[in-house]
Write a protein that binds this ligand. Structure first.
Ligand SMILES: [Zn+2]
Ligand SMILES: [Zn+2]
Length: 135
């Protein structure tokens, strides 16, 4: 499925080909910290399936406790997360943040990772009082 995405300020624009069946949630603390949100939603795609249409993203390389490195790619103007990927040579898989795409509401994740650090209130989120616009 083809998706179109952009960062919050519009500096970055992209197109990508993704498989909706591969969309998953990550509850790891890196995703929580970097996104400032409860979790992130991503889909793995080969680099070739991603086309940058506008802008020049910036990359931050995070070194994990294990020594593994992960490149976090984002808009240098507004900070919107675009995707993460491996560092160095070899075939690249992008973990694209599909919630930045126009098609964001067409995805239902099929799995959740790092659930041990998931916020406990998420399991009960439907019971939290909600309004349809800003509160
Ligand atoms: Zn931006
Ligand atoms: Zn994560």
């Amino acid at each position: 499925m083809k998706i179109e995405g952009s960062c919050l300020c519009g500096h970055i624009k992209y197109e990508a080909e993704v498989d909706p069946k591969d969309v998953s949630v990550c509850h790891c603390t890196d995703c929580q910290t970097l996104s400032g949100s409860a979790f992130r939603v991503g889909v793995p795609i080969p680099k070739e399936n991603f086309t940058l249409l506008a802008g020049a993203p910036k990359t931050y390389v995070k070194t994990a406790e294990s020594g593994g490195k992960r490149a976090q790619v984002f808009c240098p103007e507004c900070g919107s997360a675009l995707y993460s990927t491996s560092v160095g040579d070899g075939p690249k898989i992008f973990r694209l943040r599909v919630t930045g795409s126009k098609q964001r509401h067409e995805f239902t994740p099929t799995s959740q990772g790092w659930y041990r650090s998931a916020h406990k209130w998420l399991t009960d989120i439907a019971s939290i009082p909600a309004v349809q616009k800003q509160r």
